[in-house]
Design a protein around this ligand. Structure first.
Ligand SMILES: [Zn+2]
Length: 247
């Protein structure tokens, strides 16, 4: 495989990172250890969640409003363990029918409003990814990162577009990837990741949380094999110009 000729940007030089996820828990399941390291360095991390995640909740809620409240309660609890302070929700129907370009417009709006110097999302080109929400989110975010400076491509808020002054996005970091080019050392933040994952009671019963932590206990050590540290999270980190035509 011939890799990009562009330099791999340094995620840990970022001061403002926007993490855009399909569901409430994806950022944390994939990258809580990395995100905890970023916030410890003083980086401001903002989450945007694309879907309402209502299909993923375990039974026991009388109605959708209760489920929404529980999902947000869990997400804020998880965030408190890893230093994330800003949350936004796009509320598209989980595993449902929604317009790709509407998602891209909303993501563009948040990028132009927040002006992150790094964006993180799931890898839409993960082989054998069966969940359309993950593919749509990763692709919409990739396009929005490429098109952020092209204000003739409208976001969902004309006022944000009118006020936007072009800024540099140093890179994009994909998690849930099969082609990582960076393994982040999360040995020191592993306890924070476990605490964050164990916050998600609306989506997992106790046995499910145990299985989740066990799976990522093994995975974090598997991806660190051959490294100088014990636990890692795999990322594909790219210069934003590497998102088009294989440069
Ligand atoms: Zn997900």
């Amino acid at each position: 495989m011939i890799d990009t000729i562009l330099p791999i940007p340094d995620l840990f030089a970022a001061t403002r990172v926007l993490c855009i996820q399909p569901h409430y828990d994806d950022n944390d399941i994939a990258a809580a250890g990395t995100i905890a390291r970023l916030t410890a360095l003083g980086c401001e991390v903002t989450y945007v969640t694309v879907t309402n995640d209502l299909m993923g909740v375990v039974d026991g809620f009388a109605n959708d409003d209760e489920a929404r409240a529980a999902l947000k309660r869990d997400q804020f609890a998880a965030a408190s363990h890893i230093g994330v302070t800003q949350q936004h929700w796009l509320d598209y129907p989980d595993a449902g029918a929604y317009d790709y370009f509407a998602v891209r417009r909303d993501v563009l709006m948040h990028i132009r409003r927040i002006k992150p110097d790094f964006v993180m999302t799931c890898d839409p080109w993960l082989t054998y990814e069966g969940h359309r929400d993950h593919i749509q989110t990763g692709l919409a975010v990739s396009e929005a990162v490429m098109f952020a400076g092209l204000t003739r491509i409208a976001s969902s808020d004309p006022a944000v577009d009118a006020a936007y002054q072009s800024h540099q996005i140093a890179g994009i970091a994909f998690y849930f990837t099969r082609e990582p080019n960076a393994i982040v050392d999360i040995t020191s933040t592993w306890p924070q990741k476990v605490a964050a994952l164990r916050s998600y009671h609306a989506q997992f019963d106790d046995a499910g949380l145990d299985d989740l932590v066990t799976a990522f206990d093994h995975k974090s050590r598997q991806v660190a094999q051959g490294q100088t540290f014990a636990r890692g999270e795999p990322l594909k980190v790219l210069h934003t110009s590497a998102l088009h035509c294989g440069i």
